[in-house]
Every structure is written in structure tokens, then in C-alpha cells.
Ligand binder design. Structure first.
Ligand code: DGI
Ligand code: FE
Ligand code: FE
Length: 185
């Protein structure tokens, strides 16, 4: 799948606000890929596709989890967690995509221990793209310019903080990714 094909698909699939967010992720992922020496074409494509499944209805996403099968634990947590792995599966089934691109889509919400540098770029770009506006985002942008791994940890810290404040359940993979990337003594 080419970038132009992906862009047409996503523009037709997502509402305007989400498409604008997506363009911000593309721009940011491209910049980070250049900066950190990763494949720019893969970064642009993964960024364009990352929220493909965001508006697929709950029952359809849960069906994909059962049929594929994906981690059944996903069915016990917030539906927000489904769109990343489900999007990766649906796009992988329908289009010819590099495994690296599919992986970056799959891991963009929780991350994964040991995830690739491309995965890290999409994970961080999603959190810091120019349309994001939450307390601490400026600091996170600065961290992303200094160290990709530190930006992964800082993004997870802010996500976990946000989830704690909302009193919602934290998906174990989110914690596992944090534990993997955080500096140990
Ligand atoms: O799809 P986006 O909004 O661009 O960003 P995203 O894919 O990072 O999704 C963010 C949403 O996922 C946000 O509402 C918080 C939620 N989320 C992320 N990690 C966890 C989580 N929700 C729960 N319950 N547990 C998590 O570990
Ligand atoms: Fe997302
Ligand atoms: Fe996103």
C-alpha cells in the first residue's frame, strides 16, 4: 500500500478532526524518523494508518479479537484499547503492508516491551503531534527531541498518570512497557 492510497483511505474513513490529528502524527513521525535514522516511508505510512479502526463499532472490534485471536484480556478492559491491535489486523488482512508498519499500528496505544524504534516513533508522535494540547505536552516534545527512549517513558508516565486520575483500570501491557523502558539502577 502506498502512502497516497493510505491517505485516500483514511480521509474517507475518519471524521475531519481525527484526520487532522492523523496528519499531525504523520508530520511528527516523519520528523522523528529523520532525526533518529529510521525508515521515513514506513513511519509516514504507519502514522497515516494508526487510528484506522478508531470508529469501528465495539461489537465488530470484539469479534476481531475473538476470531484472530488477539489477547482475550482486551475484552475485559476499556474499548479504547481495541482500535490499535484491531486496526493492525484488519489492515494487514486487506492490504500488502510491511510487518514493521503493522507492528507500529498495533502497538501505538500501549506500546510493548522491546518494541522497535519505528514503533516507538509512532507511539511518541501520537502523543506529541502539534494538535495535542494537554498539561506537560511541551515538556514531552522537548524530551522527544533529546531521546526517543526517554520520550517513550515520559509518554507512558503521562498516560498512566492520566488513567490513575480518572480511576480507570490500567491495561497490564501499558505497565509492562513502562517497566521495560524505564531506567533501572
Ligand atoms: O487514539 P488516540 O486518541 O490518538 O490515542 P491512543 O491510541 O493513545 O488512545 C488513547 C486512549 O486510550 C485514551 O483514551 C486512554 C486510553 N488508554 C491508553 N492506555 C490505556 C488506556 N485505557 C485504559 N483503560 N488502560 C490503559 O492502559
Ligand atoms: Fe489511537
Ligand atoms: Fe492517534
Amino acid at each position: 500500500m502506498t502512502y497516497e492510497e493510505a491517505r485516500t483511505l483514511i480521509e474517507q474513513t475518519l471524521p475531519e478532526k481525527r484526520f487532522i490529528h492523523t496528519l499531525g502524527v504523520v508530520e511528527t513521525a516523519e520528523r522523528l524518523a529523520l532525526k533518529y535514522g529510521e525508515n521515513v516511508e514506513q513511519a509516514r505510512l504507519a502514522a497515516m494508518l494508526h487510528d484506522y479502526a478508531k470508529y469501528i463499532d465495539r461489537e465488530e472490534m470484539r469479534r476481531v479479537v475473538v476470531d484472530e485471536p488477539l489477547d482475550p484480556l482486551l475484552l475485559e478492559f476499556d474499548d479504547e484499547l481495541l482500535h490499535a491491535p484491531v486496526g493492525a489486523v484488519l489492515l494487514d488482512r486487506a492490504y500488502d503492508l510491511d510487518a514493521a508498519v503493522v507492528s507500529a499500528i498495533k502497538n501505538h496505544t500501549t506500546g510493548e516491551p522491546g518494541m522497535s524504534r519505528l514503533d516507538q516513533i509512532i507511539f511518541v508522535a501520537d502523543a506529541i503531534e502539534p494538535n495535542r494540547n494537554y498539561p506537560g505536552v511541551e515538556r514531552l516534545r522537548e524530551t522527544a527531541d533529546a531521546s526517543l527512549e526517554e520520550a517513550v517513558v515520559a509518554t507512558l508516565r503521562q498516560t498512566i498518570h492520566h488513567l490513575l486520575n480518572k480511576s480507570v483500570r490500567i491495561f497490564p501491557l501499558t505497565i509492562e512497557t513502562y517497566n521495560y523502558f524505564v531506567n533501572t539502577p
